[in-house]
Design a protein around this ligand. Structure first.
Ligand code: CTP
Length: 402
């Protein structure tokens, strides 16, 4: 997403400037071209030499020296995005009021590109009414503020005001400025994780699904511009981008109800959840006590969400299901494809090299409605998600209206 993007990184005088080193490194690693502008005060916190080495560009601090004049207008026009990180209390005050007493401020005031700001300061300064007023003014000038984090501060106090971590800043930039619009106006629903079927108030039946695959697919769809909702069983996964909606459920019945409530708006559904096939016929009101040596629990089938969505599919909807088989993989997967009226089945290869559950890697085969197989290598779940989303994009008419 950041490959080839021109990022102008402004650094002001704050202890958080040490994070700008990693930020520069991550931006360059992601393929961005980075130029750094620092305030004179920032030099007390981080060396221009480190930043020029990492960015592979000269670091600019002064508007003029005896030999040259830094063209601030050109810098502001060169960039696709200006990021000021850290933005100290002093720099925020100058930005709010249009003061121009250093090169960073001259570049900011003449920038024609969007500007994102990552503030950093001690908690009391952060909560001061003038800081709040300055941030409101800066936001009103169409700049975006990257939220500060709570944590240990330079003063030794604990509270709000820490600059966001470099990885969080990168995610913020991608989400706010660099999403693609391939799937703009497309509504994608993804089921993810396990379900939990209660036996009594303290016990349930579930499985080892981690939710990682579903969450990875959701991220890739989101970066392609889609409106994404995850209907998620209980997992430890967190969404990386704030715009991805997560509807949390526990049971297969809850997952069914939430998916069905969205069915009319869905353009693409990917049923990634490991939904329980059976649930206890009766949920005991009280904890079941240990008695006989052998004990049987009566179970009933759960509702099949993929089958319901497949059977009620509109012509312009694309529905993908998953299959995890330990024997007769291809035959079973093809049967699922047909029985559930899906447009494709993504078959997880479950073997000694690919444990699927909980792993960060996966190996899949996509089988489409004509029973053609598309084989992929073992790779990270993020890489598998890219393959799945590219495949689905190739199968739908992305320009069609709803
Ligand atoms: N699925 C679903 N609702 C269910 C069961 C499964 O939506 N109640 C979906 C899964 O999310 C997956 C696909 O159906 O996309 C296949 O799930 P799987 O458990 O492999 O297949 P089952 O139909 O349950 O068959 P079996 O367990 O016999 O293999």
């Amino acid at each position: 997403m950041l490959a080839g993007k021109r990022i102008l990184l402004g650094i002001s005088g704050s202890i958080a400037a040490y994070k700008s080193i990693l930020l520069t490194r991550l931006l360059v690693k992601a393929g961005a071209e980075v130029k750094v502008v620092m305030t004179p005060a920032a030099r007390d916190f981080v060396s221009p030499l480190v930043l020029s080495t990492l960015s592979k560009n000269a670091v600019l601090v002064d508007l003029t020296n005896e030999n040259s004049w830094a063209n601030h207008v050109q810098l502001g026009r060169w960039a696709d995005l200006m990021l000021i990180a850290p933005a100290s209390c002093n720099t925020l005050a100058k930005m709010a009021n249009g003061l121009c007493d250093n090169l960073l401020m001259a570049v900011y005031l003449s920038a024609t590109c969007p500007v994102a700001i990552a503030p950093a300061m001690d908690e009391d300064m952060w909560h001061h009414p003038s800081t709040k007023r300055n941030l409101d003014l800066i936001a009103a000038y169409s700049n975006k503020i990257i939220p500060v984090e709570k944590g240990e501060l330079a003063s030794g106090l604990f509270g709000d005001g820490r600059m966001a971590e470099p990885e969080t800043i990168i995610d913020f930039l991608i989400e706010n400025y660099f999403r693609l619009d391939t799937l703009k106006n497309k509504k994608v629903v993804i089921t993810a994780g396990p379900t939990q079927e209660a036996i009594d108030p303290v016990r349930y039946i579930s499985n080892h699904s981690s939710g990682k695959m579903g969450y990875a697919i959701a991220e890739v769809f989101y970066l392609q511009g889609a409106d994404v909702t995850i209907v998620s069983g209980p997992t430890n996964e967190k969404v990386r981008y704030n715009g991805i909606k997560v509807l949390n459920v526990s049971t297969s019945d809850e997952m069914f109800d939430v998916v069905v409530s969205q069915i009319n708006e869905i353009d693409i559904a990917v049923m990634c959840a490991a939904v329980a096939d059976y649930k206890p016929l009766v949920i005991a009101d009280n904890k079941i006590k240990k008695k006989e040596n052998n004990w049987q629990l009566q179970m009933e089938k759960t509702k099949d969400i993929l089958q319901y969505v497949g059977n009620n599919k509109r012509s312009n909807q694309f529905i993908a299901g998953f299959a995890l088989e330990t024997e007769n993989e291809k035959t079973n997967a093809i049967n699922k494809l047909k029985n559930k009226n899906a447009d494709c089945i993504i078959l997880n290869s479950f073997n000694k090299d690919n444990k699927v559950f909980g792993s960060d890697k996966n190996q899949i085969t996509i089988i489409d409605s004509s029973e053609t197989e598309h084989n992929f290598e073992l790779k990270s779940k993020a890489g598998v998600a890219e393959d799945i989303v590219s495949y689905i994009i190739s199968k739908i008419n992305v320009n069609s209206d709803k």
